[in-house]
Design a protein around this ligand. Structure first.
Ligand SMILES: Cc1cc2nc3c(=O)[nH]c(=O)nc-3n(C[C@H](O)[C@H](O)[C@H](O)COP(=O)(O)OP(=O)(O)OC[C@H]3O[C@@H](n4cnc5c(N)ncnc54)[C@H](O)[C@@H]3O)c2cc1C
Length: 387
């Protein structure tokens, strides 16, 4: 299917706007330029840089700057343009973009032949997150984990402080193990607790993931409260509620770090080819990819970089097909070939090829590094993704 033709007229220089320069947006950018180098591309993104967010938990070991690719560099590398702004994305605005084939951003009118929405998916928030002793994923996008944690621990110059991590999904677990190992490296005695609303951690993955991770948490002296909701972080304690009995529980805690998962709002459905659906009808010149999209097809809609990249590549190819003759589009059929959750610098748990094929330790870490290296190559303009 990936080889369906793109017969684009030679004298036609397409104008494409990509709203969101994350994994899906940049995969679309590199694929458009691979097959149609003359395409005029504008990226709209409120950030000054692309963030290689799949490494974010590693900023307890490496500087955050290692994960940031300034859009200026992307402009130079690919001859595209970046507008630092946030595009309004709602059904009414999308209808208007489709009708006018233009949008207004920072008081400038930008015309396009095609628009790609690749704005990702925001994290869920909690009421108390603005407190100084609460951190969320967005804090880690502005400063490295090591700097954030050392500043908070120095604020509370206590002999034995305690940290509560909320959320036992993939992001929470990856941060939890990095935090434990960072505290060991800097020789800080801190009580570390994980609070999770489910019965086991990593419940969206095969059962072996949870069993392995919970036994490693035991080894690393991390307390675990399953079936428990976070209510509020106060000055030196955290309020929790038991999911079943609804009884309240209070734990000593000087800092809460929240990983509550993704908000489902601001996600849009797409047909099998990636054209966005508004009122169940496709907008023919507006495609969508990444965490903000739910494709109505047999392909995988998981909120992962792997799916985001595949959707981004697919919509790039489909835009070129739509612009040409005979205009036959390719459906989204990608299925994940594996997923690895890292557990610090020297351990990981994952599955490869089949969900029953669970791997741990260095082999799992090696696979994760290979996948990350493949994405780095894509950013450098070398597409090594076979499927
Ligand atoms: C710590 C961590 C580790 C992870 N590890 C893995 C992993 O190992 N493997 C894996 O497959 N996945 C992993 N993921 C998930 C993966 O990062 C996401 O699925 C992926 O980033 C989704 O790509 P995206 O392009 O849809 O969104 P993003 O990468 O989030 O990019 C969205 C972009 O859109 C921009 N934007 C937002 N709103 C607007 C707007 N209105 N207008 C214009 N631009 C906008 C944002 O600034 C951002 O640059 C991890 C996530 C985290 C947080």
């Amino acid at each position: 299917m990936a080889f369906l033709p793109f017969n684009i007229a030679k004298n036609k220089q397409l104008k494409v706007v990509i709203a969101g320069g994350g994994y899906a947006g940049l995969a679309a950018l590199t694929n458009l330029l691979q097959f149609a180098p003359d395409t005029e591309i504008t990226i709209i993104d409120p950030r000054p840089h692309h963030i290689k967010i799949t490494h974010l938990h590693e900023t307890f070991r490496y500087p955050l700057s290692d994960l940031l690719v300034p859009f200026e560099t992307i402009e130079e590398r690919y001859g595209c343009r970046h507008i630092q702004a946030s595009l309004q994305i709602d059904p009414e605005a999308l209808q208007s973009y489709q009708e006018k084939k233009q949008l207004v951003i920072n008081d400038e009118t930008v015309e396009f032949d095609y628009l790609i929405i690749a704005a990702g998916c925001e994290s869920k928030t909690a009421d108390s997150e603005k407190a100084s002793n609460v951190l969320t994923l967005s804090d880690f996008m502005g400063a490295s984990g090591a700097d954030l944690l050392s500043a908070r621990l120095n604020d509370h110059d206590l002999p034995a402080p305690s940290i509560t991590v909320i959320g036992g999904g993939a992001t929470g677990i990856q941060f939890l193990f990095e935090i434990r190992q960072y505290l060991l490296r800097v020789n800080r005695k801190v009580k570390l607790t994980l609070v999770h609303s489910g019965k086991h951690v990593l419940e969206q993955f095969p059962g072996g993931f949870g069993t392995y991770v919970e036994s490693r948490m035991d080894d690393m002296d991390i307390d675990f409260y399953p079936n428990t909701y976070f209510c509020e972080q106060q000055a030196d304690q955290v309020l929790l509620t038991d999911k079943e009995t609804k009884t309240q529980r209070v734990l000593s805690s000087n800092l809460a770090i929240l990983f509550l998962g993704k908000k489902q709002q601001n996600t849009f459905s797409a047909n099998a080819f990636g054209q966005i659906l508004v009122d169940q009808e496709p907008l023919h010149n507006i495609f969508i990819a990444g965490d903000c999209s739910q494709f109505q097809s047999l392909g995988s809609n998981t909120l992962t970089a792997q799916s985001a990249v595949r959707k981004g590549k697919l919509v790039a190819r489909n835009i070129l097909r739509h612009a040409g003759f005979p205009g036959l589009l390719e459906p989204y059929l990608h299925h994940e070939l594996g997923y690895v959750v890292s557990l610090g610098a020297a351990d990981a748990v994952g599955w490869l090829v089949a969900e029953s094929n669970i791997i741990t330790g260095i082999p799992a870490l090696t696979i994760k590094e290979l996948v990350e290296a493949q994405y780095d190559l894509l950013l450098a303009g070398i597409d090594t993704y076979v499927v």
